[in-house]
Design a protein around this ligand. Structure first.
Ligand SMILES: *[C@@H]1O[C@H](CO)[C@@H](O)[C@H](O)[C@H]1NC(C)=O
Ligand SMILES: *[C@@H]1O[C@H](CO)[C@@H](O)[C@H](O)[C@H]1NC(C)=O
Ligand SMILES: *[C@@H]1O[C@H](CO)[C@@H](O)[C@H](O)[C@H]1NC(C)=O
Length: 581
């Protein structure tokens, strides 16, 4: 009864875009499509009324272009009361969606009612957005065995209407102002008497104990900046700073030196990353990066990447990193969290792609471990390697995109800029963050694999925030199960021990195969790294016993139904006709 009431209210109040109705004339009978659009639920409820004689199959399609091919739709079999989420491919053949996004609410002898989210982010679903929606309504009285939509058994009609009116929303947290405090400056740099080697790439590691007692007291780092030796500005490419979990020996030398102290492997907690062209990292006045007070001496490791293009010899260098430290603790502990894709060959990019997107998810199953009241993000650093072109992180609440956390549509791997976020963005437990990277592999002739090497790819957003939480990494990859199942079905690759990189290498990446992989990445299950600061996974909490961190359903979310906020790379739809040629 509810839907009648809604229609009644709609038509009385005359909200033209919230409710609507079209009547399709199919020779034998008319089919009426009525809908009610709920922004609260980000969904449309459709009721489809069909007369007699009852068709064997009904197709309701949605598109921007009005062609029968490349159209999203649903099929309904009145006899079996069955609804299927389908699409029509470029050759007019019906295909079942990998992701079924239809909810059937009611079926009677005269009509049926189903609900669909406005936007599902399935590349084979139409996104209902502001603007004209083209309805394709068809019925087939002759046969239930449908496949080719060009068959004369189908009777067609086309209608136009508006399903969605423009809406916008955004939540922003105001920043608070504090005051300055007493502080001291600590310089961690090399005291090496050896010149830099005359080779192009050198990674130098400097491990130092903090030059004051940190066993009992906790401190805050409130500012960090590089110290680059005069005259060597062109050589110092980037630096990373790590806090060590254990007490280590002081040391400096080549990072790959086998004599580097064993315990330096515990120096893995990133507290700063800096690159050429970048200014200092200044903490907001109400927050600082904590260290000390753990009953042990604190050690930091600075890793410097030298890029000595001219292979100069005899260059002395004492560059390093400088911290401003205070014992007048600020109100909040700050921290860094890593979002994006797991460094894994499961996330890989086919060769010859102009713009191939992959998204990494931080789902509510992981953000539930954020502190009550959420976190405030004040800085963000996007990171990809050589083929990364566009990078950004989107922020979803209750399934709806409410904003973005940093975006660079013109990313350069040669400038790892730390972007100040103002006003701060508040992320609540249960929110979802997705980090998307769009890659250009037109110059590559092999699969570009996810991984650590400079020729591999990454997709990371380091977010700087307070108050600190125990969530240090929240990244995803497509699940191995999904990927191997796909390769089994599509390419008959049945050996479970064939490395994923080899599975990819065996494929001849035609445009339609690349598009298929993109579709798989868009709807497939995830493997999650939801990691605590000591590197362990958080527990996976769910009522659904089939799910786990290694194989969990992608978060279901929906953009706002406006063109401006749905990015077709991040949340694809059939309207986009993304070009994989
Ligand atoms: C279908 O609707 C049209 C008007 O929209 C009407 O003229 C026609 O008689 C209807 N056909 C049937 C079979 O009800
Ligand atoms: C449908 O197919 C025709 C003929 O092959 C083609 O010209 C047209 O662009 C296609 N439409 C869409 C939306 O792809
Ligand atoms: C999945 O595949 C990745 C990449 O090939 C591999 O490193 C990882 O161990 C596999 N994970 C599981 C749970 O099988």
């Amino acid at each position: 009864m509810r839907i009648f009431l809604l229609f009644f209210v709609c038509f009385i109040l005359g909200g033209p875009t919230e409710c609507g109705k079209i009547v399709a004339d199919l020779e034998k009978t008319n089919i009426t499509v009525k809908w009610f659009t709920s922004f609260e639920n980000q969904a449309v409820e459709f009721s489809i009324w069909y007369g007699f004689p009852t068709p064997a199959v009904i197709f309701i399609g949605f598109s921007d272009h009005g062609d029968v091919n490349n159209t999203d739709g649903i099929l309904f079999y009145p006899k079996y009361e069955k609804v299927e989420d389908v699409w029509i491919d470029r050759n007019y053949h019906l295909q079942s969606d990998w992701s079924q996004d239809i909810n059937v609410l009611r079926v009677t002898r005269s009509h049926f009612v189903f609900r669909r989210k406005l936007v599902t982010c399935d590349p084979k679903d139409y996104a209902f957005q502001a603007g004209t929606t083209e309805f394709l309504v068809a019925a087939n009285w002759k046969s239930e065995r449908v496949g080719n939509m060009q068959s004369n058994d189908w009777k067609w009609d086309k209608k136009f209407d508006l399903v969605v009116e423009k809406q916008e929303s955004r939540t922003i947290q105001e920043e608070t102002i504090g005051e300055e405090v007493d502080s001291k400056v600590v310089l961690v740099n090399s005291n090496s008497k050896e010149p830099l080697p005359g080779v192009e790439t050198t990674y130098k590691c400097i491990i130092r104990r903090m030059p004051f007692s940190t066993q009992k007291r906790k401190f805050h780092i409130i500012r960090m900046e590089p110290f680059v030796a005069k005259g060597n500005e062109h050589l110092v490419h980037h630096m990373e700073v790590f806090l060590c979990r254990d007490e280590v020996e002081e040391w400096n030398g080549d990072c790959n030196d086998p004599q580097k102290p064993k315990k330096s492997s515990t120096c893995s907690h990133v507290i700063a990353a800096w690159a050429m062209g970048e200014g200092p990292i200044v903490y907001p006045s109400e927050a600082g990066l904590p260290f000390g007070g753990n009953g042990q001496d604190e050690y930091v490791m600075v890793e410097i990447h030298y890029n000595n293009v001219e292979k100069l010899t005899g260059v002395m260098d004492n560059s390093g990193f400088q911290f401003t430290v205070t014992e007048n603790l600020r109100k909040y502990d700050a921290a860094i969290m890593e979002l994006g894709l797991i460094y894994s060959d499961a996330n890989s990019i086919p060769p010859g792609q102009k713009a191939f997107p992959i998204s990494g998810y931080c789902p509510s199953q992981c953000t539930r471990f954020l502190p009550e009241g959420g976190i405030n993000i004040f800085g963000s650093q996007l990171h990809a390697h050589l083929t990364g072109r566009k990078l950004w992180t989107s922020h979803y609440r209750n399934g709806v995109k409410i904003g973005e956390i940093n975006r660079d549509d013109h990313y350069s791997p040669h400038w790892q800029h730390l972007q100040e976020i103002k006003p701060y963005i508040n992320v609540q437990p249960g929110d979802v963050l997705t980090t998307t990277c769009v890659y250009d592999t037109r110059k590559r002739d092999k699969m570009t694999l996810g991984g650590y090497g400079i020729a591999d790819e990454m997709c990371v957003n380091y977010i700087y925030y307070y108050p600190a939480s125990n969530v240090e990494v929240c990244k995803s990859a497509i699940s191995n199960t999904t990927l191997r199942q796909y390769f089994r079905q599509r390419y008959q690759e049945t050996n479970p021990s064939t490395p994923i990189s080899q599975l990819y290498a065996n494929v001849d990446w035609t445009p339609s195969r690349a598009e298929e992989l993109f579709n798989l990445y868009s709807v497939g299950n995830l493997k999650m790294d939801c990691l605590q600061s000591h590197g362990d996974r958080f527990p996976f909490i769910s009522d659904d016993k089939r799910q786990s961190w290694n194989n969990m359903a992608k978060p279901r979310f929906h953009s706002n139904p406006t063109v401006e906020t749905r990015d077709p790379y991040e949340c694809p739809a059939m309207n986009d006709l993304v070009n994989f040629d």
